[in-house]
Ligand binder design. Structure first.
Ligand code: AMP
Length: 213
């Protein structure tokens, strides 16, 4: 079964790779960032509470994130596997997740920090379908418009320099310790996340197809 989690700093390309892999494996792509942005966009009470944390680049409180994720994880489409993108983000979330489902594999996206800053600051996102572009390395066909639905692209508030710095620090302090946690369980596979999306996709595919831990 493919019960997979992607770990890695913001800007490592998790979202792009997760969308592609989930489609190839026919499993749902469960991105807590996308789910939270959806709630913010819809103006739900949960979204209104999460908004300030997200803009600042901080983690949204565990209980709120769990509320939005548990529902999706319990859905019929997740029974045959799922791809978690952006969850867990700290040890408490990893422990909660373990009470809900086992994981078969955790992929860690590895990339130097200066490359992350370059990717995040040039990123532009479709607010409707969440497809990510890059001003230089992955520009849309029509400048400023989403290839899929023509929506005007935006810069995510948390892709501004002040928030990028906070997100990288939060990753180092709270999320990076999970690497050891999953390494000890024998679930971790490291992926070199530098290079083109196609190159990274090849490495992701090989890591998923390699013998189970
Ligand atoms: P992402 O799209 O994964 O970069 O997430 C964007 C933002 O959503 C993060 O900076 C957090 O504010 C929030 N977020 C996403 N996933 C989580 C999570 N598992 N725990 C707490 N906050 C999260």
């Amino acid at each position: 079964m493919h019960r997979i989690a992607f770990l890695g700093p913001p800007g490592a390309g998790k979202g792009t790779q997760a969308a592609e892999l989930a489609q190839a494996l026919r499993i749902p792509h469960l991105s807590t960032g996308d789910l939270l942005r959806g709630a913010v966009g819809a103006g739900s009470p949960l979204g209104r509470e999460a908004d300030g944390y997200m803009r600042a680049g901080k983690l949204v409180p565990d209980a709120l994130v769990l509320q939005i994720l548990a529902e999706r994880l319990a859905g019929a489409d997740a029974r045959a596997g799922f791809l978690l993108d952006g969850y867990p983000r700290n040890l408490a979330q990893a422990e909660t997740l373990a009470t809900l489902t086992p994981l078969d594999r955790v992929l860690s996206f590895e990339i130097p920090t200066d490359e992350l800053v370059r990717r995040l600051s040039g990123r532009r996102t479709c607010p409707v379908c969440q497809t990510a572009y890059h001003l230089v390395s992955k520009p849309p066909k029509v400048a400023g418009r989403c290839d899929r639905d023509g929506t005007e692209l935006i810069q995510r508030p948390d892709d501004r320099p002040e928030a990028i710095e906070v997100r990288l620090r939060v990753y180092a302090e709270q999320t990076a310790p999970l690497l050891d946690h999953y390494r000890r369980q024998g679930l971790l596979r490291a992926i070199d996340a530098t290079g083109t999306p196609a190159e990274v996709a090849g490495r992701v595919r090989r890591a998923v197809e390699s013998a189970p831990p």
